[in-house]
Design a protein around this ligand. Structure first.
Ligand SMILES: *Cc1c(COP(=O)(O)O)cnc(C)c1O
Length: 372
């Protein structure tokens, strides 16, 4: 059976977990490995500050808290995304105004955002689908014009770039995921990226259960106490030690994934040229971090048929994201606008197996079956 994802281990994970346990003797959060992982992101990509979290969902929840929303404030989110991109803001009482995707790829259509902005709009949440950048210049220009906060959902976008700038460093805040289905994993894990200084102090307090404990441990205050709301957003050192092993191998992991991705793209191009489906679109302003290889079929029937044919050969291809605007939870709260591109990707997009330990030979077999 060829699964669509398989978590990759670098071999160093258990060594670093043992080091956290035996040498450092510190298992709770914000220890040596946590600091090392955060520094890695800050130095390599240029964030003002990073905080490890227990998931990308948690990082999005922290971002939503930092936005200081009032009930009825509006947040613009693409409908074609994972639940958490919207859920984190719904929990703060926001009304989600769903945006449609582009026709060329599933990212939010930046040209349609301005028409959705009202005096109640507070936040825009671009989601870099498949690790491919949204058109951030247009989105940041709108944020400036209307005084909005931009929270990048960069769950899939580690080590990917927009016009040379790392994704996650462009908006005011951003969230990454280390869930086992992503490029760099820690089982469950995430990271909040902070690019706007006004959020730094409060982010540390929210992270540590509403206390100024981080300042206390740096010796900046002589006692710590309850200052604000918050939660226990920080992961244990065991998670951070695992993640450190992955981050050390990031370049190798990314190179191999890109090699496999390029093989798919090369072998599938003649079929795409013949009109069987479309291949992933990488705009000129974006890079590809090989998070995902997807095809967009001409219809739901053709997609169902392809998934069934692959399944018959023990290959698991999957579809995902059903438009959130018509989900059981949100359908009666949505304003009724049709979002045709989001619905088209919900019906027609399929993800092919894509993971580090996939063999080139398997990629070729999968393509042969698709070609039949
Ligand atoms: C995976 C993913 C998330 C959620 O990440 P978790 O770490 O599982 O919370 C959020 N948004 C997008 C776009 C994702 O792909």
């Amino acid at each position: 059976m060829i699964h669509f994802n398989q978590p990759h281990l670098t071999g160093k994970e258990t060594e670093y977990i043992a080091e956290a346990v035996l040498k450092n003797g510190k298992l709770s959060g914000n220890g040596e490995f946590t600091k090392r992982c955060q520094r890695f992101f800050e130095e390599r990509f240029g964030f003002k500050k990073c905080l490890l979290t227990t998931s990308c969902t948690d990082a999005l929840e922290m971002a939503a808290l930092l936005c200081d929303l009032k009930p009825g404030d509006e947040v613009i989110v693409p409908s074609y995304t994972f639940v958490s991109s919207a859920l984190a803001f719904v929990r703060e009482g926001a009304r989600i105004v769903f945006a449609d995707s582009m026709s060329r790829n599933p990212n939010i259509d930046a040209d349609q955002i301005e028409a959705l902005i009202t005096p109640r709009t507070k936040v825009i949440v671009p989601v870099h689908y498949a690790g491919v950048a949204c058109d951030m210049d247009k989105i940041m220009a709108l944020a400036e014009k209307y005084n909005l906060i931009v929270v990048e959902d960069a769950a899939q976008a580690i080590d990917s770039y927009y016009k040379g700038r790392p994704l996650g460093t462009i908006g005011h805040l951003s969230a990454f995921s280390f869930h086992e289905t992503k490029n760099i994993i820690a089982g469950e894990g995430g990271l909040l990226g902070i690019n706007d200084e006004r959020f730094i102090r409060r982010s540390e307090i929210l992270w540590e259960k509403g206390t100024n404990r981080a300042e206390f441990f740096r010796g900046e205050v002589n006692k710590y106490g309850w200052c604000d709301i918050g939660s226990s957003f920080l992961p244990s050192e065991l998670t951070a030690a695992f993640l450190w092993a992955q981050l050390e191998s990031m370049d190798e992991i990314q190179d191999r994934r890109k090699m496999l991705w390029n093989e798919y793209a090369h072998l599938l191009k003649p079929l795409a040229d013949a009109g069987r489906f479309t291949l992933p679109d990488i705009p000129e302003y974006a890079t590809n971090n090989a998070h995902m290889f997807y095809l967009v079929l001409p219809s739901l029937e053709k997609r169902t048929e392809l998934i069934r044919r692959l399944r018959e050969e023990d290959i698991l291809a999957v579809f995902h994201y059903l438009s959130l605007h018509s989900s059981p939870y949100y359908a009666d709260k949505h304003d009724g606008r049709r979002l045709p591109q989001s619905d088209r990707y919900s019906d027609c997009l399929v993800r092919l197996p894509m993971y580090y330990d996939l063999e080139l030979e398997t990629v070729r077999q999968i393509v042969e079956i698709i070609a039949r």
